[in-house]
Design a protein around this ligand. Sequence first.
Ligand SMILES: NC(=O)c1ccc[n+]([C@@H]2O[C@H](COP(=O)([O-])OP(=O)(O)OC[C@H]3O[C@@H](n4cnc5c(N)ncnc54)[C@H](OP(=O)(O)O)[C@@H]3O)[C@@H](O)[C@H]2O)c1
Length: 259
Amino acid sequence: MSGSGANHRMLVLGTGFVGRYASERLIEHDDEEDEVGWQVSGTCTSAAKKRELEKIGIDAFIFDATKSKMTDLHTLKHATHLLISIPTIAGIGDPLLFSYEDLRNTLSHGNLRWLCYLSSTSSALDTMVKRKSLSKGQKLRESRQYTARVHVADIYQAIKASFKVPSSGRIYNVVDDDPASRAEVFAFARNLLEHRFPDMAKEFGDVSLPDLASTEKKMHGEKRVSNARLKNELGVRLLYPTYRSGLQSIFDSWSVDNY
Ligand SMILES: NC(=O)c1ccc[n+]([C@@H]2O[C@H](COP(=O)([O-])OP(=O)(O)OC[C@H]3O[C@@H](n4cnc5c(N)ncnc54)[C@H](OP(=O)(O)O)[C@@H]3O)[C@@H](O)[C@H]2O)c1
């Protein structure tokens, strides 16, 4: 159903890398067609993270899907939009399954118009580069071989485009046009790093490439997926259609002072 109109209230379950990127932009009111703006609330698992999220204008709540009660998350029943971006946990699977019934009951009596469940066969380019700030979930995902990836700005484009598409339970592969091995992508990133930030390159050492090569040998199958539906149904024109343009833009946005 359309997300246009007044009183847009986004709840992000798991306001990590992607959730925070999207939240910041919705709060900044960057959607020219949306004259109303967004109220954004989001969950995280620690008090320190909650304070960080509050600083950027998110109404933040501590929620651990393995322990907390969904029924205590009162903001859920007011949400018009729900972005689920809590990663699966090794050995557990999707922790939200613990709260599935409560989630369904609350949503069926609430105001929900749009729901997006983020899952992954891919890897976001920012995440791959900013290794120092990887969350536990991101490190786990990084240890697998991925052949498709996407810039977080294009994930956000897809989210925004889907606000306008009637709900159909569709699955969209949000990936760029240029699947490649992780070793190839890391080699390109390393090259950029060595030219632009040689000190940082030294700090990383060269542990990543041998690790990646051995990981890739162990992996079976490819993770190439088509982004045709993303383009044809959501009308997304990728800002970063290749890992090269994505990584280049990330490096261009850095300044030495940030690191
Ligand atoms: N970034 C990527 O490479 C990428 C690309 C494509 C798709 N995805 C998918 O998008 C989703 C989000 O990715 P991300 O990179 O934003 O992940 P992330 O940075 O690891 O953030 C995950 C969020 O989930 C929260 N969380 C973790 N365990 C939880 C639990 N047991 N209960 C409740 N909340 C929990 C974290 O809380 P804290 O904030 O307290 O840590 C954090 O807010 C994932 O499903 C991922 O597979 C990611």
